[in-house]
Design a protein around this ligand. Structure first.
Ligand code: PLP
Length: 337
């Protein structure tokens, strides 16, 4: 299929807002901005990757609407991004998920007419669902004619989508960006930003925001994490350990506190990995030079986390009584001028 520019709903992917956060970190002697990726039509940064990976195959003619089938193991934002792109182009999409996928995400996938296959048995060796999901994807790709798996963990078109993310950030700030904080999992966002910074010769430093226990940077044990998004239990083929200038590890509780403070101080409901970037900035802030211009990438919004991060009973069940970590009086919050 000959490809022109993006059309219809897909033309609204990217060019997301960049907003200044004046209240987030009282006393910080720099400037903080947030790149709000929830404004993509599927609700997350993964719309960029999904569109990039499918568009190239459509343009080359390897994917044919009405004939080809896209198969991917994902239960979250990429799945929704792919469901949207595939629906738009009339491509069949089989999404392999597991028993942990939220009802809300399943409902969105089905509403976009994705076929959902649920893997119910975990890998006997590791207790994880991921190896079984990946095995099922391989089986489906082998069994179905004209099947294609985008494989976001290895596909260079995932990072290349985020070249644009960084271009948008740099252009909005006239190239004056000292630090960009990227939550990392496939590491696609970080690598795309790195490529743009290198090509343009910018001084911008990249901060990888990873989860405690993740195997991406450092010696994590791949332990189970409560909050999806950032961190990984398997090292992705895309991983380049030299790509970030700094790495900050954040815990599940750090994310909850980051999200709740973000809501309280800036009236932004961020997803878990957005809270992670807030926590990472908090940790790094004392070491940053005066006047540093920082950009936090917020990959999605809080509406997909209402039953977890924003549920007081869920937080209490997992962390005990911790509300004092973010509750503050109205007067305690710095007001904008
Ligand atoms: C909410 C959220 N945050 C962070 C990430 C990590 O981004 P990347 O895969 O580009 O490293 C993802 C990836 O799916 C995500 O869904």
């Amino acid at each position: 299929m000959a490809e022109s520019g993006p059309r219809g709903i897909l033309s609204t992917i990217g060019n997301t807002p960049l907003v200044q956060l004046d209240r987030l970190l009282p006393g910080f002697r720099g400037r903080v901005h947030a790149k709000l990726e929830r404004f993509n039509p599927g609700g997350s940064i993964k719309d960029r990757s999904a569109y990039s990976m499918v568009r190239a195959k459509l343009a080359s003619g390897e994917l044919q609407p009405g004939r080809s089938v896209v198969v991917e193991s994902s239960s979250g934002n990429l799945a929704i991004g792919l469901a949207q792109v595939c629906r738009y182009y009339g491509l069949r999409f089989i999404c392999v998920v597991d028993a942990k996928t939220t009802e809300q995400n399943l409902a969105i996938l089905r509403a976009l007419q994705a076929e959902v296959e649920v893997v119910t048995e975990a890998d006997p060796a590791t207790g994880e669902y991921l190896p079984m999901r990946l095995r099922r994807v391989r089986e489906l790709v082998a069994a179905l004619p004209d099947a294609f798996s985008p494989d976001q963990y290895a596909n260079p078109l995932n990072p290349s989508a985020h070249y644009e993310t960084m271009r948008e950030i740099a252009e909005a700030l006239d190239g004056r960006v000292d630090y960009v904080f990227c939550p990392t999992s496939t590491t696609g966002t970080l690598l795309g930003c790195r490529a743009y910074i290198a090509d343009q010769g910018l001084d911008t430093r990249l901060v990888a925001v990873d989860a405690v226990g993740s195997v991406l940077y450092g010696r994590g044990d791949g332990r189970r994490r409560l909050i999806p998004g950032h961190g990984a239990s398997v090292r992705p083929p895309l991983l380049d350990p030299t790509a970030p200038d700094h790495v900050v590890h954040v815990s599940d509780l750090d994310c909850v506190v980051g999200c709740r403070r973000l809501g309280q101080r800036e009236a932004i409901l961020g997803g878990g990995s957005s809270g992670a970037t807030v926590a990472a900035l908090d940790k790094l802030a004392p070491t940053l030079p005066d006047g540093a211009v920082c950009v936090l990438v917020f990959p999605d919004g809080g509406d997909r986390y209402l039953d977890t991060i924003y549920s007081d009973s869920w937080v209490h069940e997992h962390f005990g009584e911790v509300t004092h970590l973010w509750k503050e009086s109205r007067e305690g919050v710095p007001q904008p001028c």
